[in-house]
Design a protein around this ligand. Structure first.
Ligand code: AGP
Length: 366
């Protein structure tokens, strides 16, 4: 039954709308309210080993890489240890320094991506400790890692990843919470996150209700030749994922930038023909993002704001509002309208939504 469309026009629509259920499965049995932490037994790391980890490096390709960037931000924020995300496709070619005190996290929906598998093998050869965050049970990367977390997002059929992406980001929130709670993350902060995660599927459900509004925005802007996606900190990686999604299924060129980089070059491209999607979390950078929007509009650029904040009336040409939960969960919730925007642009343009040209669901050859 998982492979049926359930009344949706295509698998992508089905998978976007399945996200609340997918996230419930990611979280099932993994929230520990009593100790305000996460339970990730599949990692096979005891508290002493968890405390011995000095750095976390996520490895993945495409959307898995962008999810890893969200994960790295969360690990730094909650566990206060350095974290980064690397393109798995480059890893084995650049003779990486493999550090025994780093936890490497190989991220893959399919578990079959050749570049990610090769990165795992290179790591293991050099004594690196690597765990997998994988959706497909029994897949090559899951087997090669031998420890990690399954997403349990359910089968993802559409080439464009949506529910696996948000499931990855959710699982990294659990990982960051766990790493934080064996260090100096307070029980109060941990409880706030456990409660936020528990409410996350419902918040994503509410975010999905923007779909009709997003469709209207897509009708206005889908004929653009190119779009910018801008964000800061919690909005940055999800902006990259949003841009990737638009390129992948609508074939409209999109480029993501850290909002502050705009003035260092790309602002020269902004005019009435360059819609800018600005991700605006309700956080300490709100005023900065508001001024980014004003700068774009001063150059005549249309602005689509995706936000969980109250924005000044008339600030943007379109405002897509989603619920506000905990700031650490912003990128997951703000990502939903970005998926819908790519989806509706592709629909307006009559693209083959589940099977975009030139792409394969999993890239098993180099
Ligand atoms: C996602 O929309 C893309 N189709 C692509 O970037 C994908 O995320 C990437 O190829 C990695 O796939 P994996 O998660 O199966 O390893």
């Amino acid at each position: 039954a998982d492979y049926e469309l359930d009344g949706h026009a295509d698998f992508l629509s089905k998978e976007i709308h399945e996200q609340p259920a997918a996230l419930r499965r990611v979280l099932a049995g993994r929230l520990d309210a009593r100790f305000a932490t996460a339970r990730l037994d599949g990692l096979r790391l005891d508290p002493r080993e968890l405390r011995g980890i000095r750095r976390v490096t996520f490895l993945g390709c495409g959307s898995a890489l962008y999810a890893g960037q969200i994960g790295a931000g969360l690990v730094e924020e909650l566990a206060r240890i350095p974290a980064d995300a690397e393109q798995a496709s480059e890893f084995r070619y650049r003779n990486p320094l493999v550090d025994p005190e780093t936890l490497y996290v190989a991220v893959s929906q399919s578990g079959e991506t050749i570049d990610t598998l090769a990165a795992v093998e290179e790591l293991q050869r050099k004594g690196g400790r690597v765990v997998g965050v994988v959706n497909v049970i029994g897949s090559a990367i899951a087997r090669q890692c031998g420890a990690g977390m399954f997403l349990h997002a359910g089968p993802e059929v559409s080439v464009a990843s949506t529910k696996a992406f948000s499931s990855m980001a959710t699982s990294f929130t659990l990982l960051a919470l766990l790493l934080g709670r064996v260090r100096d993350l307070s029980a109060a902060h941990g409880s706030r996150l456990v409660e936020g995660l528990r409410r996350l599927p419902d918040a994503v459900e509410t975010a999905l209700q923007t779909s009709d509004e997003v469709a209207e925005v897509a009708r206005r802007y889908a004929d653009a030749r190119s779009m910018f996606y801008l964000g800061r900190v919690r909005g940055a990686a999800v902006a990259r994922e949003g841009a990737q999604k638009l390129k992948e299924i609508s074939y409209v060129h999109a480029e993501a930038y850290a909002a502050a980089e705009l003035k260092h070059g790309p602002l020269a491209l902004v005019d009435a023909q360059m819609p800018c999607v600005v991700v605006v979390p309700d956080d300490e950078l709100l005023a900065k993002n508001v001024s980014t929007i004003e700068q774009i509009r001063a150059r005549g650029g249309p602005v689509i704001a995706v936000t969980n904040a109250e924005l000044p009336e008339g600030l943007a040409d379109a405002v897509l509002r989603v619920p506000r939960l905990e700031p650490e969960l912003d990128s997951i919730i703000l990502g939903v309208p970005l998926q819908l925007l790519a989806y509706h642009c592709a629909a307006v343009l009559g693209r083959d939504i589940d099977k975009p040209r030139n792409l394969a669901k999993s890239v098993t050859v180099e």
